[in-house]
Design a protein around this ligand. Sequence first.
Ligand code: HAM
Length: 426
Amino acid sequence: MAQSVKGMRDLYGSELRAFRLVEDTARAAFARHGYEEIRTPILEYAEVFKRSVGESSDIVNKAMYAFKDRGDREVVMRPENTAAVVRALIEHKLLGSSDPRLLFYIGPMFRYERMQAGRYRQFWQIGAETFGIGSPESEAESLLLLFEILKGLGLTQLKLSLNSVGTPESRPAFYTAFRAFFQEREARFCEDCHRRIGENPLRVLDCKNEKCQAALEGHPVITDYLDDSSRAHHARLKELLAALAIPFEENPRLVRGLDYYTRTAFEVLSSDLGAQSALLGGGRYDGLVKQLGGPDTPAFGWAIGLDRLATVTQQVRGEVPANPPALLVPLGATAAMEAMKLVQQWWDQGLAVQLDTRGLALKKVLPSADRLGIGTVLLLGEGELAEGIITAKHLATGEQETWKLGEVPAKLACPEMPLHARHVRE
Ligand code: HAM
């Protein structure tokens, strides 16, 4: 039997409904905050990520789906979207004025990673990126938007893990102190960390190996090495978060797995996710636009792991109900034709009604409708047709009523009906 590619899954049923709930919640929040959508291609030239996420990162080193296309160009399936969005903005000359750009995206990303629960090779991200504003206030706005989405889904037990990784100018002083610390206990670090300390010492702090994490006890803390302006920036952001009641904790080991961050770096973890607990991550990346050939532009953003957020949402709220519309069931050939004419009008009016075209006997239709989770079945037989009425059967209660045909749109849209019995498209 043919199977999906390892690490890539089909989305359907309740899980897909949870995805949609998360996406709809996010889209509504983006609209409220004035963020515009951007869609970039799945394939990018490898350079885009090598020059941004970084050659020393695990993502570029180990996890890219990279191949040569038929024109012998090295392309990759995007492992993340920040660099791709920056590439697009530069290509279309959308940066450089004093106007900010507030953008969001929702789409699949690809990383050839080791399989674990909550970690997929095709996974989805919802991301937000702010270009052209360097202030801590813009970070606080973006984080308010993020928490609005999470709260909108019913998630409240979340904490922001926060750090400042300084600037390329302030980092060498930290590197010197950190390398000296590393050398004193280098035998305790893994082989990868020995490579990392030369390439990018921050990656050592990010090592997942427990022995390395233990060896890091008492390491020099990057926030002690910040330049004055980064220190003031960090202090102001913390002040804003406290005033806005966004709970956070400082984590001096949080450096993120991508090379482009400057100053603010953060993640939100969820205890409901087990080992793969990072629900989302982000930070400031003031140097990236210039690095990829664009005008000097401050930037800040984050990306939520949609697969993971959908999982947590279901844990918190339970399964997202399918809520199918009422089912119109004609009984007999004459009724079948009339039912089609009727439902055509209802659809034109914006009502949601499913038409049963199977021509089954009532005793088969009702159990089937029940299995499909349908709340209301509208029966239209010869008798009903002659009287200009319809029989509405509410499956949950077994109740039955007759409605005049003209009343049906109002009845289905009736706001005092329980949610499961309301069928007008929102
Ligand atoms: P990231 O931390 O690499 O950041 O990914 C963001 C989120 O994507 C993670 O916290 C996680 O929830 C989800 N994620 C990553 N890999 C997987 C996977 N294999 N399976 C399932 N979920 C996964 C970025 O990608 C940055 N572009 C975020 C950003 C935006 N920074 C600034 N702007």
